[in-house]
Design a protein around this ligand. Sequence first.
Ligand code: SF4
Ligand code: SF4
Length: 100
Amino acid sequence: MKENLAKDHFTFAHSKLCIGEAGKTGGWRSYRPVIDYERCTPSKNKRPSCFLCWLYCPEGVVKRSIPVTIDYDYCKGCGICAEECPTKAIQMVEESDFRE
Ligand code: SF4
Ligand code: SF4
């Protein structure tokens, strides 16, 4: 199956996300990390910088891009990215807030 993944110009050695035995594990999440791009340094400066959320995410679901994005199909909502973000750009929002 060919994946439609945009080229990441900043990552040199990183596993590609794929469906494992547990399926799309984002369904386990109770809280969703939401990025405020007004506070996120690379988005504000339009330059690659910081990316601590990418560095610390244990699931490898943060994309080191401008803007930074999170793959919610696999993010488990652990909140480490929000803890480590130096500008407090990531808020953990209850998943139920996104349901209709
Ligand atoms: S850690 Fe925070 S400021 Fe840094 S790239 Fe991630 S969201 Fe942006
Ligand atoms: S909540 Fe956890 S799994 Fe999801 S992006 Fe942040 S660090 Fe990664």
